[in-house]
Design a protein around this ligand. Structure first.
Ligand SMILES: *Cc1c(COP(=O)(O)O)cnc(C)c1O
Length: 428
């Protein structure tokens, strides 16, 4: 059996050595993958039972047009989301165009002039800097008189509790916690770590709103930040919770007050959640949520496989192969631009869409250095699908995520190594 498989895989252009090393890595991950499957099992049941409890039915798949009044499918799916994330309410809409937009709606809806945002984990995600006005942008929160303060992490990446205590003042209205590392060097924060931080903050100021940017974190652990004290969690449907099937969208789950505030901003004051036609997309959003626990597990396995394989080849992985995970992002420090390009070419060549395209670095708006991206997704820009990107600068780290199925993720990673072998950039 294994010889037949080996012959079939090497016939696709994978060297025997790349194949052997990959299967060896895979064999060593059995227990780890079993643990991921168990978490995925719990999360699958969580989603399934939320649908059963809300009596999700065929009539909910139809969708609405125009204003979208009385769209019971949309409303029921929002209650399903609220149950899954154990929140009072949820806003789950295709009118939310991206993760950044979801965060924007949550922030603008819940902040008023004179309020202050505090980020206790150092800098916020790149696009949010423009939203908040840390980087001046038209229409930012800063233009509306909302101020921002941040407390950097300590050198060992732990929270600076004294600094956070000192930074909280009478204007502090909202705390922004980013679960995933984004393009930062710090590690991602586990749900338990986030829970401890929230407890510390709420002891100082009980009425402050804690918002967690949950992008890339959904269904990686047994619990979500909303179960450890977050008032609001926010994310994108073309990442984990969309399960690769949502064609667009974002969610905001949280207290009734926070979600109503956000809804008044997404649509209009006085209209809130009552309007917003689902245009027949409810089916994909619901099915995507249903698929998400296993899709997220596949992406997670891909990330761990990549970290282990590249560590074996002598590179530094963040998180390291053996580290516990709270999101699906994997960074690998490759150290040389040629290796970054080869990595991305391999991922691109393994894509179901645009496999024949060669990724090249380009001057992307908003970035100081050229960026190279590998993506061949069914949904434009969806990063729950196998994708990689890297700013072309020291330490030449590539950020890798996604994979709707583990076999696809694994093969993509094998091809990335194969490209390096083909170009004689690594030798054995
Ligand atoms: C992806 C991401 C965002 C923004 O989402 P977009 O859909 O790219 O706008 C915000 N925060 C984090 C941590 C993310 O990973």
């Amino acid at each position: 059996m294994s010889d037949v498989i080996k012959d079939m895989i090497t016939a696709t252009g994978i060297d025997e050595k790349v194949y052997e090393l990959s299967t060896e890595i895979l064999d060593g991950l059995k227990e780890r993958f079993e643990r991921i499957d168990r978490i995925s099992f719990v999360n699958q049941i969580k989603v399934l039972n939320a649908m059963r409890d809300e009596r999700f039915g065929e009539e909910h798949l139809a969708g609405s047009t125009g204003y979208g009044y009385n769209d019971t499918g949309r409303d029921t799916l929002e209650r399903v989301y609220a149950r899954v994330f154990k929140t009072e309410d949820a806003l789950v809409r295709q009118q939310i165009v991206s993760g950044t937009h979801a965060l924007t709606v949550a922030l603008f809806g819940n902040l008023r002039p004179g309020d202050e945002i505090l980020s206790p984990c150092g800098g916020v995600y790149d696009t949010l800097q423009g939203v908040i006005g840390i980087r001046p942008e038209r229409g930012s929160l800063a233009e509306y008189g909302v101020t921002y303060r941040q407390v950097d992490l300590k050198a060992d990446h732990s929270f600076d509790l004294d600094g956070i205590r000192a930074a909280i003042n009478e204007h502090t209205k909202l705390i922004e916690i980013q679960r995933s590392r984004g393009y930062d060097v710090r590690p991602s924060f586990t749900v338990a770590q986030i829970g401890e931080l929230i407890k510390f903050i709420k002891d100082i100021k009980p009425d402050v709103i804690v918002m967690v940017d949950n992008c890339y974190g959904e269904f990686v652990e047994l619990k979500e930040p909303s179960e450890v004290g977050a008032d609001m969690i926010v994310g994108s449907l073309i990442k984990n919770p969309g399960g690769g099937l949502s064609p667009i969208g974002g969610y905001i789950c949280g207290t009734k007050e926070c979600v109503e505030n956000a809804a008044a901003r997404l649509t209009s004051p006085g209209l809130g959640k009552e309007v917003g036609a689902s245009l027949g997309v409810t089916r994909q959003i619901a099915q995507g949520l249903f698929m998400s626990p296993t899709v997220t597990a596949s992406a997670l396995k891909g990330a761990i496989f990549a970290s282990k394989l590249y560590e074996r080849l002598g590179f530094k992985a963040h998180p390291a192969g053996d580290d516990e995970r709270t999101d699906i992002i994997q960074a690998v420090e490759l150290g040389r631009p040629e290796l970054v390009e080869a990595f991305c070419e391999g991922i691109q060549a393994a894509a179901p869409v645009d496999s024949y395209v060669k990724p090249i670095p380009w001057d992307m708006p908003g970035y100081d250095d050229p960026v190279i991206m590998a993506a061949g997704a069914f949904t434009g820009g969806a990063s729950i699908e196998l994708s990689a990107d890297a700013p072309m600068k020291e330490p030449y780290a590539v950020y890798f995520q996604g994979g709707l199925t583990f076999p696809h993720a694994m093969y993509g990673i094998m091809l990335s190594v194969q490209k390096m072998v083909d170009k004689k950039l690594i030798s054995w």
